[in-house]
Design a protein around this ligand. Structure first.
Ligand code: ADP
Ligand code: MG
Length: 349
């Protein structure tokens, strides 16, 4: 187990700056996700930590030891990727024992003990003699984890390991990965473009955009106070309005091209920042009697039933908003409703 410090990490490919001066300090036993859209530099950052990519600049230390210059096999890190690269013709036991056989001089009985202990940990007790090809997707994923864990890495690195799985299995494996982390407390870095995974798995989330660090904070903090329009949009959904907010006289009035809204008072915004107002879809209340904001007349433009929630496009004073409500649709297209903005925030453009 170990703490990790990445300092001013930089990697370019020709004209492309894949990772642009990114720094993060990760505590011993912490679970950090690197979240960003495709091409934002997540894999390049992870591969630099693992030793498969040579950075142009910066430093990477694990337990205060510099990693740059060390080959991957001398870094004692466990890697879990989307492609599992299990040996399909070998048993579960031989797959899990493979790395140990090559790395350590263990007797066959010691080997058996280490492997069976680890199979127990990943909830595959007694699976040693089973054939890889006869296992389910989730079981194969657990073998891949066991194969890495058996080597007792200082650091676990995941690169979108669940992307190939169907939704149900993905959610189950996500819970198992977090549960495993809570039991073993191995420092972990988890790369994903899936905000749901990042928000539910991690102690902190590092948000990358075009190679740059946008934010690094606990998930709930990023959701509650996204600070930039990129985070407000990428971590959860948001409606955006550009204009100006006037909070004098104990009321808040937001003006844009289409008109003025009066809103509940916000936390004092940064005076120099341009005002971009974001409203989460769940904070737009339709036909709810009590609430803080002034009621507006709105028109339902469309309704999409997503199972546990319904999404509405609702037009207020010439602007369309995305609103969500729990349960099945209650309003029809064209229906006139009352809309309140219960909560909103300001972000940098
Ligand atoms: P992510 O994992 O977030 O999708 P990557 O780290 O794979 O992003 O890529 C970041 C940027 O670097 C992209 O623009 C990608 O095209 C570029 N890139 C990544 N690897 C290479 C490479 N080996 N050669 C050239 N460009 C690369
Ligand atoms: Mg990637």
């Amino acid at each position: 187990m170990a703490s990790v410090s990445v300092t001013n990490l930089r990697k370019t490919y020709g004209d492309v700056v894949a990772v642009d001066d990114v720094s993060i300090d990760i505590d011993d036993g912490e679970f950090v996700s690197i979240l960003g859209p495709s091409g934002s530099g997540k894999t390049t950052m992870l591969k630099s930590i693992a030793g498969f990519v040579e950075p142009d600049g910066g430093s990477i230390t694990v337990a205060d030891k510099e990693m740059i210059g060390l080959p991957p096999e001398d870094r004692n890190m466990g890697l879990v990727f989307q492609r599992l690269a299990l040996f399909p013709h070998m048993s579960v036991f031989d797959n899990v024992a493979f790395g140990l056989r090559h790395r350590e001089n263990l007797s066959e009985s010691e080997l058996e003990e280490r492997v069976s202990d680890i199979l127990e940990i990943v909830s595959l007790p007694g699976y040693g003699e089973r054939n890889i090809q006869n296992l389910s997707g989730g079981e194969q994923q657990r073998v891949a984890l066991a194969r890495v864990l058996v080597l007792e890495p200082d650091l676990l690195l995941y690169d979108e390991p669940l992307s190939d799985l169907d939704r149900q299995l993905r959610e189950q494996m996500r819970r198992e990965i977090r549960d495993l982390h809570d039991r073993l407390e191995i420092t972990s870095i988890y790369v994903t473009h899936n905000q749901r995974e990042a928000l539910t798995l991690s102690d902190r989330v590092l948000v990358l955009h075009e190679g740059e660090k946008v934010r690094c904070a606990p998930p709930s903090e990023i959701y509650r106070d996204p600070q930039s329009s990129f985070c407000a949009n990428f971590v959860g959904d948001s409606n955006f309005l550009e204009g100006s907010l006037d909070q004098s006289n104990g009321t808040a009035t937001f003006r844009d091209d289409t008109g003025a809204f009066s809103l509940p008072l916000a936390d004092a915004p940064d005076e120099d920042a341009p005002d971009v107002l974001y409203i989460r879809p769940e904070d737009i209340k339709i036909n709810e009697g009590d609430g803080e904001g002034e009621p507006f007349e709105g028109t339902i433009k469309s309704t999409v039933h997503l199972g546990s929630v319904t999404e509405y496009q609702v037009e207020v004073a010439g602007t369309e908003f995305l609103a969500t409500d729990l349960g099945a649709p209650q309003y029809d297209e064209g229906e006139t409703v009352t809309v309140r903005f219960d909560h909103y925030g300001l972000v940098e453009a």
